[in-house]
Design a protein around this ligand. Structure first.
Ligand SMILES: Nc1ncnc2c1ncn2[C@@H]1O[C@H](COP(=O)(O)OP(=O)(O)O)[C@@H](O)[C@H]1O
Ligand SMILES: [Mg+2]
Length: 365
């Protein structure tokens, strides 16, 4: 059981600030995803933790030990990369056993047998031990690479986009396998991904990065339902969030969001909701706007596009100056050109300051 701490950690490459003063506390046994777009500093964070790069300043702790000056092999970590190069001339058994046979480890043969078999069983690959890598599927190979990392029983696993070379279906299955594995072994895992669905489904906590800065650190639920700024709100979610620029103001004493073509009453208990008019951006996800064929004089939008998404439709609806993505029932048979009524779920409104892009709901720490 091992915790990890970054304290004011900075790293530049020439004039590029890869990491701008990172503070991050990872509890023992947590599965933390570092999530962000390409170039946001995720791999840099992982490489600093692994000891593959040196920090410019700040402290990195693994357990209660400052590891800035420790070589990678003395940090009690194991790393699995995107390109999980297995040794092609070795069997699965020998690939997994490799770290135990490394110079100076001195494990007895019986102990190696026991450890490799234990790991192979927990990964469901015990029947593959005699095979060679070329006789395995991509998913099986990835599992062997995980096994090779696990066999050393490290305090912390570091995984950098380990599923990105797999096809979409297999990726989804491996997510569940890795999560189940974590539930069983309860090691600390730091997992780099640019795939928000991967982060949401597997992690106990998510650290969202943009441009070398940590934007938010919280449970998947917090990150999804209480984004601290517009970047997080938009990056997390299956499709882009709808942003609508408008004004919060009182209409007949009721806090209301006003934008061209829209007048939406707001949950009155929101503590930030004063009756002073102010500019705001409403963020609302597709699933919180429901479109149905119009029945009279209600709020009306014009369908511009329709997508079939599994059991439902997603309709892109023009209303005022915005085009909003909304859900609709399959049976509504909406098509472009149709006029629709939109229902907004105020429980899923996120309001942001248009200047700072910060959430008006404030910190959720
Ligand atoms: N070895 C390096 N030399 C120069 N620039 C680098 C190096 N590694 C990373 N960078 C730069 O640092 C920034 C963060 O990169 P990285 O941590 O790899 O991002 P991510 O993993 O989130 O895609 C990027 O601008 C990248 O170009
Ligand atoms: Mg990377």
């Amino acid at each position: 059981m091992t915790e990890v701490r970054f304290s004011h950690v900075r790293k530049s490459f020439g004039s590029v600030i890869a990491l701008a003063g990172l503070d991050l506390d990872i509890k023992s046994g947590d599965f933390v995803s570092l999530l962000g777009p390409s170039g946001s500093g995720k791999t840099t964070t992982l490489n600093l933790l692994a000891g593959l790069h040196a920090a410019d300043s700040g402290d990195i702790l693994i357990g209660d030990k400052r590891v800035n000056d420790l070589s990678p092999d003395r940090r009690n970590i194991a790393m699995v990369f995107q390109n999980y190069a297995l040794y092609p001339h070795m069997t699965v058994f020998e690939n997994i056993a490799f770290p135990l046979r490394a110079r100076g480890r001195g494990f007895a043969e019986a102990e190696i047998q026991k450890k490799v078999k234990g790991v192979a069983e927990s990964l469901g690959v015990a029947s593959l031990l005699a095979r060679y890598p070329k006789e395995l599927s991509g998913g099986q190979q990835q599992r062997i690479a995980l096994g090779r990392a696990m066999v050393r029983e490290p305090g912390v696993f570091l995984l950098d986009e380990p599923l990105s070379n797999l096809d979409a279906r297999l990726r989804i299955r491996m997510r569940r396998d890795i999560k189940a594995l974590h539930d069983r072994i309860r090691s600390t895992i730091v997992y780099v991904t640019h795939d928000q669905a991967e982060a949401l489904t597997m992690s106990t906590k998510i650290a969202v990065f943009d441009q070398g800065e940590l934007q938010q650190y919280g449970s998947p639920n917090e990150i999804y339902h209480r984004p601290l700024n517009m970047f997080v709100a938009n990056f997390v979610g299956e499709r882009e969030i709808n942003f609508i620029a408008g004004q919060l103001q009182a209409v007949e004493g009721i806090p209301t969001f006003i934008a061209p073509g829209l007048s939406l009453p707001v949950n009155a208990e929101e503590r930030w909701c004063s009756l002073e008019p102010r500019d705001a951006v409403l963020g609302i996800r597709t699933e919180a706007i429901f479109a149905r064929p119009t029945a009279g004089s209600e709020t009306v939008g014009l369908v511009e596009q329709v997508e079939l998404v599994g059991p439902e439709l997603v309709a892109y609806v023009k209303i005022g100056e915005s085009q909003l993505s909304c859900r609709a029932e399959l049976s509504s048979e909406l098509r472009s050109g149709d006029r629709v009524h939109l229902t907004f779920d105020p429980a899923h409104f996120h309001f942001f300051d248009p200047q700072t892009t910060a959430s008006l709901a404030g910190s959720t720490k």
